[in-house]
Design a protein. Structure first.
Length: 136
């Protein structure tokens, strides 16, 4: 099935429904406080995909990847700073697989959250390092 571009979809409808409450749902699925949900893309991909599927079944037109903390600064808290690309690619693949499994257009958006670091001059993170972290 040819999926209209996201711009075409926005032009053809008055609204598109996005998923939400991902973190809350992951806690209900067994995520422990302090754990990195992004690592579930490897450790529990069936749970990640199940949540995407539930959002789609509930009518979501847009599902967000499990990558809110998928940057080196956040992943460093879990010794995952060297897995940024792998985490983000696995998350995109999990979401894309569920979006492609239905017979209607479902769009996948990349979820990008904060680094958790404070930018200079108040904090230690330089603008250049922040840009590099998000480029990854």
């Amino acid at each position: 099935m040819a999926r209209p571009s996201f711009t075409e979809a926005l032009a053809s409808r008055t609204w598109l429904l996005a998923d939400g409450a991902t973190g809350t749902n992951y806690f209900q699925m067994g995520l422990e406080s302090g754990d990195a949900p992004e690592l579930w893309n490897f450790d529990h991909p069936e749970r990640v995909r199940s949540l995407h599927r539930r959002f789609i079944e509930a009518g979501a037109d847009i599902i967000l990847t499990n990558t809110f903390g998928g940057n080196r600064h956040r992943l460093k808290l879990h010794n995952g700073q060297d897995k940024v690309r792998e985490v983000n690619m696995a998350a995109a693949a999990n979401a894309r697989a569920e979006a492609d499994a239905v017979d209607r257009p479902v769009y996948v958006g990349g979820s990008i959250g904060p680094t958790g670091e404070i930018l200079e001059p108040v904090g230690a993170l330089s603008y250049e390092d922040a840009v590099k972290a998000f480029e990854e």
